[in-house]
Design a binder for this molecule. Structure first.
Ligand code: ATP
Length: 140
């Protein structure tokens, strides 16, 4: 079966580097599905779930945004931050969500930045959704 190489990297580390069958990424305009032999492409990613199909299984990751490039033989994702589901610290994401919600509730306070608050809430929610999905699958 045809496969394509996927590299997911941040400024800090290589998060994922495998030969896979498909990538489903949170494009800025919606879900983006990439199979082998996809046409070259460059796009922006938003915070969301990133799914990679490999060997008949799914690897699920949280990504907080970045760039995706499809080359003839590979997909390169430069992520702001990305974690494999099993790396997500749920307590940390819960705390980040609570902080963002508290700031949103206190909107109007000096220095309140709605876009920043919403972005941090979205990052936390993405991490919690991804971690919970994988936990539920494991319980089955
Ligand atoms: P926090 O306020 O908890 O730092 P954040 O959304 O501001 O959350 P980011 O700036 O997106 O954090 O990420 C900073 C670094 O911390 C990245 O390397 C990211 O992968 C990691 N990180 C953030 N939250 C988590 C988490 N819940 N579990 C595991 N790694 C995390």
């Amino acid at each position: 079966m045809a496969s394509l190489k996927v590299d997911i990297v941040t400024a800090e580390r290589v998060v994922y580097s495998e030969d896979v069958e498909a990538v489903i990424a949170p494009g800025i305009e919606g879900q983006l599905g990439i199979l082998p032999h996809h046409a070259p492409l460059m796009t922006i990613l938003q915070a969301g779930e990133l799914v990679v199909r490999r060997g008949g299984q799914e690897d699920i990751m949280a990504i907080t945004g970045g760039f995706l490039e499809v080359r003839p033989d590979r997909v390169i994702i430069l992520a702001d931050a990305a974690e494999r589901a099993e790396e997500i610290d749920i307590a940390r994401a819960e705390a980040a969500k609570k902080r963002a919600e508290e700031r949103i509730c206190a909107r109007g306070a000096p220095g309140f930045d709605p876009a920043r608050c919403e972005a941090s809430l979205r990052r936390a929610m993405t991490r919690l959704t991804v971690a919970e999905k994988v936990r539920r699958r494991r319980r089955r």
